[in-house]
Design a protein around this ligand. Sequence first.
Ligand SMILES: [Zn+2]
Length: 159
Amino acid sequence: MKVATGLGQDSHRFESAPSGKPLKIGGVLFEGAPALEGNSDADVLMHALVNAISGVHGVVVLGPVTDALCQAGVTDSAEYVKEALKHLAPARLSHVSCSLECSRPKVGPQIEAMRRNLAALLGLAERHVAVTAHSGEGLSAYGRGEGILATVIATAEIP
Ligand SMILES: [Zn+2]
């Protein structure tokens, strides 16, 4: 058995003019928080996860495929992750490690909800989905509250 890893990143800035769209991170709604700019639901963690899965199989999904889905009315980023997973066989995801950099909203209280949600989406046990968050001491645009950066490493086993 071989092991492959994929690295994925994505970032979105907060909307300058509120559109009324909710903020979703890792499929979890953050009530009352400002939304992120983007043509889809702008779920930055899901998008980084799509890129991490692409990092395993080499097929770029975020952009070429997801833009077409978005234009067809599919704005739920969980659907983009499912699209990325279609190219994974015969490899199988075994673990994902996610990191968020932002100073707002406070994501700490929702980390377990994000893990549960992503584990269900990926068909993994919760112990194989890790989510951490930090503010980077305000050194970056994310730490200054201008947007959110997500980084994901996906590990897959190849029989
Ligand atoms: Zn994105």
